[in-house]
Design a protein around this ligand. Structure first.
Ligand code: GTP
Length: 209
């Protein structure tokens, strides 16, 4: 199996919502539990497999603190997917999701795949955001919503795999379109062979591994 894809994913959300912890849980399978605010931006990598294709995820963990935000906007445009995190035990971080969505609209590509994540679902008694509210909000935006916990690991793999599969599907659709556009028009004897080959490649998937 050959590595064929590299996806860039950006973690966004207020300070302290658990972006770093989710990412560490996903890449190192561990939870440190202490809070060290991210300075600027840090990158972690994990390889996954989607439909038999090897995918390298480069995940950029951003600082949620306001003073770092202006430098973040330059990263938005380069990414394929965004994990937008809020803290289920802090209602204000949920209210700020609107702000993050506006930032994404302003700076990211219009076809970027977004997933909304309510983190810290292990803290049952402290919940301040009703699940149904967040589900409706995400439905309105037509993006998936997942509740997760970096402490227990609940849904952590699932959330990253969900956003990656969406990016993957989009990439494949895009490549298929390009492939179809490259099929020669007109009926020339010499072109028929190319046409047949292109059709075969499309039918077999043809783009990965
Ligand atoms: P910035 O780097 O400042 O943007 O913060 P961040 O969003 O990266 O938050 P971080 O991952 O550093 O976590 C902040 C605090 O939340 C830490 O004290 C963690 O222990 C705690 N925390 C993170 N994830 C969870 C979780 O799933 N459940 C609970 N109960 N606490 C969590």
């Amino acid at each position: 199996m050959h590595e064929r894809f590299i996806f860039k994913i950006l973690m966004l959300g207020d300070a302290g919502v658990g972006k770093t912890c989710l990412l560490q849980r996903f890449t190192n399978k561990r939870y440190t539990g202490y809070y060290k605010c991210t300075i600027g931006i840090e990158m972690m990598v994990r390889d996954i497999e989607i439909s038999g294709c090897k995918v390298k995820l480069e995940i950029w963990d951003t600082a949620g603190e306001e003073r770092y935000r202006s430098m973040m906007s330059s990263y938005y445009r380069q990414v394929d997917g965004i994990v937008l995190v809020f803290d289920l035990t802090r209602r204000l971080s949920y209210c700020h999701v609107d702000y993050w969505i506006e930032e994404i609209k302003k700076y990211a590509s219009s076809d970027v795949s977004i997933i909304l994540v309510g983190n810290k679902c292990d803290a049952f008694g402290d919940r301040q955001v009703h699940q149904q509210l967040a589900v409706m909000y995400a439905d309105n935006l037509n993006i998936p919503y997942v509740e997760a916990s970096a402490v227990s690991g609940y849904n952590v793999d699932r959330l990253f795999s969900k956003v990656s599969v969406n990016v993957f599907d989009q990439r494949i659709n895009h490549m298929q379109l390009l492939e179809l556009e490259s099929i020669p028009r007109g009926i020339h004897l010499r072109d028929e062979k190319t046409l047949a080959t292109n059709k075969l490649t499309t039918r077999l998937g043809g783009f990965c591994c």
